[in-house]
Design a protein around this ligand. Structure first.
Ligand code: CAA
Length: 258
């Protein structure tokens, strides 16, 4: 198991639990965290023994944003020439499901990272916000787009223009998070949910993730067609035959991933 400068990574059965670990900076997302996360996600995706990942932070902060100290002295030419933040797009290419388990602050890039995951489980202490405007900048890791798709224009616009934070209850009402759980139970609940996902037939998991994500990229007709083709394709798998036989024979299915 490799070790990382800014992450703690452990395997719990078929679940990879990744804990952001820069407590001195409230898990601010610097280049090292990005490099470590990309490496950890690549290892997770490549490991057939792993079926779902959970990314979490500390009790106080999932992540308080991109690292302001790293950006402070940058000018346009450097940011543009190096396409600063483009590496985060690679994070979103992770093929297996990734759950964000958010406790405390998920601000700026922290909120954006949570939204890059497949869904967010929130502790009752969670606070979400895009406060970049207070620094005279804007979201830069997709927040203006993903937040708007998640909660609609009114809330997203208000949050981006004022920097106002949303608490966990509002985030659940607005559809930003799938569920809110007591802070003390957050990681266990996320790992339990991830274990359920990791126990499903692996190809069906990939297909379900791909088709839900397609809803953000296509028209309804194209999305429904994409779903139908993938659904048909799953009938070429051994696991489909096993899954349906197991149901009829009133037993649990066992998956080969084929
Ligand atoms: N970048 C770098 N360092 C950060 C940081 C960040 N985003 N957020 C917190 N820290 C550091 C603080 O500088 C402080 O370090 P020192 O002890 O060396 O001073 C340490 O973490 C603890 O922070 P605070 O003392 O501020 O803790 P607090 O409890 O008083 O406040 C907070 C917590 C409200 C989250 C506050 O830290 C804060 O407002 N952080 C910045 C939030 C922010 O603006 N995020 C957006 C960043 S820009 C961005 O993300 C761009 C993008 O689109 C990707």
């Amino acid at each position: 198991m490799p070790t990382y400068e800014t992450l703690l990574v452990e395997q719990r059965g078929r679940v990879t639990l990744v804990t952001l670990n820069r407590p001195q900076a409230l898990n601010a997302l610097n280049s090292q965290i990005l490099a470590d996360l990309l490496a950890a996600m690549a290892a997770f995706d490549a490991d057939p023994g792993q079926g779902c990942a959970v990314i979490t932070g500390s009790e106080k902060a999932f992540a308080a944003g991109a690292d302001i100290k790293e950006m402070q002295a940058q000018g346009f030419a450097d940011m543009y020439a190096h396409d600063f933040f483009a590496g985060w797009d690679r994070f979103t290419k992770t093929r297996k499901p990734v759950i964000a388990a958010v406790s405390g602050y998920a601000l700026g890039g922290g909120c954006e990272l949570a939204m890059m995951c497949d869904f967010i489980l929130a502790a009752d202490s969670a606070k979400f916000g895009q406060p970049e405007i207070k620094l005279a900048v804007s979201p830069g890791m997709g927040g203006s787009q993903r937040l708007t798709r998640a909660v609609g224009k009114a809330k997203a616009m208000e949050m981006c223009l004022t920097g106002r934070m949303m608490d966990a209850a509002e985030a659940e009402r607005a559809g930003l998070v799938s569920r809110v759980v007591p802070a003390a139970e957050l990681v266990e609940e996320a790992v339990k949910t991830a274990t359920t996902i990791a126990g499903m037939a692996p190809l069906a998991v990939l297909a379900n993730k791909e088709m839900v994500n397609a809803a953000f990229e296509t028209s309804l007709a194209m999305g429904v067609q994409f779903e139908r083709r993938l659904f048909h394709a799953l009938f070429a798998t051994e696991d489909q035959s096993e899954g349906m036989s197991a149901f009829v024979e009133k037993r649990a299915g066992t998956w080969t991933g084929k």
